[in-house]
Design a protein around this ligand. Structure first.
Ligand SMILES: Cc1ncc(COP(=O)(O)O)c(C=O)c1O
Length: 371
């Protein structure tokens, strides 16, 4: 008996997103070892493509860490934060809080700037926080996946720079879906994942460190995430760990698809499909949590209508339509659904299907059918 899935799930949760046929074919390529010439050429290609996708300045180091988005977070934090590093973390949801925990574990003196869940961070709040208490690093989440909120990273980064702080950006739910300009905006380090807007399976975490960040690196306590050791592997071909060739094939192909589509065109597609979804929700009397202008295109925090059983709706979508959407996290558990429209999942075809299935699930709970 096989436990493997025999139906195609339509992945519209907070990640992973759908894997395109092109990336699926890459996954089926023959395995090579981690220091095979084929692998080394692919790793060089991944580095070059990531540098372009992050829009990183000359002299930056862009590569992918084995692991998920959290591994990207840990690599950046563990190589920039040490005992006593003053870090201001903007916390507007579950993943901002994870950044606090990560920085604290690596010895930082953390100051939290708490923002109401469901709202973007006001630039003035960062200005006030830094005036009251200087920081070596300001860390923020661009796309807060727990609330569906987009933070104004460009503005927040500019303020941090005025105060001489390094800027770390979590781009796990934004990289490849929302504008992100590492060089032009002055971001110093950013990390993401493979399984959301890039459309590969999870398992590789893209990161970028600019020359300013590389100059401020600390002695890293982690062996697995130590930058010098990873540089030895990625740049000097010295064994560090047995990186998965299969996941590198998938990431490289996904990045090639990003370049074939064009970054601007890809951002525009994510915006267009988000608007299509919002319009469809409105026709069913549904809406999303964040106000207009603060909404992610990639992750929609749909408000569960009063009297509706959140879990029952998700069950109907999954069991009857093979559609996965996400539940609310933390303080929004039970009150929002999280609908990811990322990578190959950002398409009119799946949005039309989701809206029809959602209507069906809501009618099963006694709501009036959509006109
Ligand atoms: C904003 C953000 N940061 C970090 C993570 C952690 O990523 P992963 O689950 O891939 O480790 C996630 C996961 O969804 C996320 O949305």
């Amino acid at each position: 008996m096989s436990l493997l899935p025999d139906q195609d799930r339509i992945l519209l949760g907070p990640g992973p997103s759908l894997t395109s046929p092109r990336v699926m074919r890459a996954l089926a390529s023959p395995t090579v070892s981690h220091l095979d010439p084929v692998m080394l050429a692919l790793m060089d290609d991944v580095r070059a493509r990531l540098g372009r996708a992050f829009r990183a300045p000359e002299g930056s180091l862009a590569f992918a860490v084995s692991g998920t988005g959290t591994a990207g977070m840990e690599t950046v934090v563990s190589n920039l934060v040490t005992d006593g590093t003053r870090v201001l973390v903007i916390v507007g949801g579950y993943f901002g809080d994870r950044l606090v925990q990560m920085c604290t574990r690596y010895g930082a003196a953390v100051a939290r700037l708490d923002v109401e869940w469901g709202r973007a961070c006001e630039p003035d709040a960062v200005r006030r926080a830094l005036a009251a208490q200087p920081a070596d690093i300001v860390a923020m989440v661009q796309a807060e996946t727990s609330t569906g909120v987009l933070n104004p990273v460009r503005e927040l980064t500019a303020i941090a720079k005025e105060h001489g702080a390094l800027v770390i950006v979590d781009a796990v739910t934004s990289f490849g879906g929302h504008p992100l300009e590492v060089g032009a905006w002055g971001i110093d380090a950013a990390y993401s994942c493979s399984q959301k807007c890039l459309g590969a399976p999870s398992g590789m975490a893209p990161i970028v460190m600019t020359p300013a960040a590389l100059a401020r690196r600390v002695a890293c306590r982690s062996f697995y995430f130590g930058l010098s050791l990873l540089e030895d592997h990625w740049l000097r071909r010295k064994y560090h760990h047995t990186m998965s060739s299969t996941l590198i094939y998938a990431l490289d192909e996904a990045l090639a698809m990003v370049e074939d589509e064009g970054l601007e065109a890809r951002w525009a597609r994510h915006e267009r499909n988000h608007q299509l979804f919002i319009a469809g929700l409105a026709r069913q009397g549904l809406s999303v949590l964040p106000p207009e202008g603060e909404r992610l295109w990639t992750l929609n925090a749909v408000k569960v209508p009063p009297g509706i059983d959140d879990a029952a709706v998700r069950r109907v979508l999954l069991e009857e339509f093979q559609i996965e959407i996400g539940a609310g996290l933390g303080q929004f558990a039970g009150t929002i659904w999280r609908v990811g429209l990322m990578g190959a999942s950002s398409s009119p075809r799946v949005i039309t299907l989701l809206l029809a299935a959602l209507n069906d699930a809501l009618v099963k709970q006694g709501r009036r059918a959509m006109a």
